[in-house]
Ligand binder design. Structure first.
Ligand SMILES: [Zn+2]
Ligand SMILES: [Zn+2]
Length: 406
């Protein structure tokens, strides 16, 4: 019997799949401290075979960090390929990293875009979105160009580039309390940015260091835990599919080599946070289990989905946000009329979610927490539990279907 559980995390996603012969946890929710106990209590397990982080957003990765630093075990950690590209930068001491970022900024603390023109950024995500056209260069061709795996530094069997081992072993914690002070010609710039510049630039710097620190911690924790890492580069144009393996990338390819970055560290870290670069994974069906599509925060743009989606489970992209409405049509087109697909939505308490598309374009659906109506009598958050029976997904009797207020 296979089991699927959407853990009732406070915010974000944490989806557990037990295929019978292997176990998988995709993302860990936003709370680093709450995830380990919740995982043990809800799944009754102490380890998984594969731990996945779909992208570098706090509501997906924080719980993964909590998992890695706890007593819980995992054989493999799957991470976005963007993280590999900035590994040497983020393993450096904080002041070295910050100086690198500063060098990509103009003298007035203004960030320069990839076109060398100043941008007034609002968030890392927006920064990435603004330069979407320029980033197209980084995508492999539609023919599934594997050129990226033909040059660069080969990764070891454990997934680490040999050149990073020493940095991983000796990395000191980043002390982020009270800002950064270091002897440097650029010190005046840093003070300028942190204390005097418009809040947008300050916020960007802070969120950049924040995002970089998550990449850094995941790498160091996994390394010291002796976990094998696999890196997956986002490339939606690659055809997805196949039935081999327990979990298959649907919009990415596994990296076997580490290449030198083409862009700035700011670009790569902003892309690591971007929802549209969320990794999507497919747990292919077996005789006894229909498949499971883990959509993370992706809108499934430019993707061709795997075959065999009929009767599968699919996680609601971006917690049911209307900005990802497109994804429901993509799944529908790939699975007959789409009515056999069961949707699972994990979310915190937000009034704007789920959007209309989630409520109108799906027929079978479950939420960890439904949107409350005008009366405050909404049900408490639940673990969404399903199991396989006669080759279909069935709900646990205590698990109630979606009752989101319209
Ligand atoms: Zn999210
Ligand atoms: Zn609901």
């Amino acid at each position: 019997m296979a089991k699927f559980i959407a853990l009732p995390v406070g915010q974000g996603d944490a989806f557990y799949l037990d295929r019978g012969n292997s176990t998988i946890l995709v993302d860990g929710g936003k709370s680093r401290s709450a995830l380990p106990d919740m995982f043990r209590r809800v799944t009754g397990k102490h380890s998984v075979d594969i731990l996945v982080c779909t992208h570098n957003d706090a509501d997906h990765v924080n719980g993964v960090l909590g998992f890695l630093e706890s007593e819980l075990g995992c054989e493999e950690l799957w991470l976005p390929g963007r993280w590999l590209a900035v590994l040497p930068d983020v393993l450096a001491p904080l002041h070295t990293f910050a100086e690198k970022v500063l060098s990509e900024m103009g003298h007035d603390g203004i960030l320069l875009g990839p076109d060398a023109r100043p941008v007034d950024p609002i968030s890392l995500e927006e920064y990435a979105a603004r330069y979407e056209d320029l980033y197209r260069d980084y995508e492999p061709g539609a023919d599934g160009d594997m050129e990226r795996n033909h040059n660069g530094i080969e990764l070891g069997n454990d997934g680490w580039p040999t050149s990073a081992i020493n940095d991983l072993e000796t990395a000191q914690p980043w002390d982020m309390a009270g800002g950064i002070v270091w002897p440097s010609n650029n010190l005046w710039q840093w003070i300028d940015i942190v204390y005097d510049s418009p809040t947008t630039a300050r916020n960007l710097m802070v969120s950049l260091i924040d995002a970089a620190s998550r990449i850094r911690e995941a790498a160091i924790l996994a390394f010291h835990k002796g976990v094998t890492v696999r890196w997956f580069e986002h490339c939606p144009s690659l055809p997805s599919g196949g039935t081999a393996g327990v979990l298959i990338p649907a919009n990415a390819q596994q990296l076997l080599r580490m290449r030198y970055r083409k862009g700035s560290v700011v670009e790569y870290i902003s892309l690591s946070v971007a929802n549209r670069e969320s990794l999507v994974f497919w747990a292919p069906p077996t005789d006894r289990m229909p498949g499971v599509l883990f959509n993370a925060d992706s809108d499934l743009a430019k993707m061709s989905l795997p075959t065999g989606l009929e009767n599968s489970l699919a996680t609601a992209p971006h917690h049911g946000s209307e900005s990802n409405a497109h994804a429901y049509d993509v799944v529908k087109n790939a699975s007959g009329d789409g009515k056999s697909v069961t949707w699972i939505r994990s979310d915190g308490r937000f009034l704007k979610r789920p959007g209309d598309a989630y409520l109108t374009k799906t027929t079978k659906r479950f939420c960890t927490l439904c949107r409350p109506g005008k009366s405050p009598s909404s049900k408490p958050k639940q673990a969404v539990r399903l199991f396989t029976r006669k080759g279909k997904w069935a709900r646990h009797e205590e698990c109630h279907p979606c009752a989101c207020a319209p």
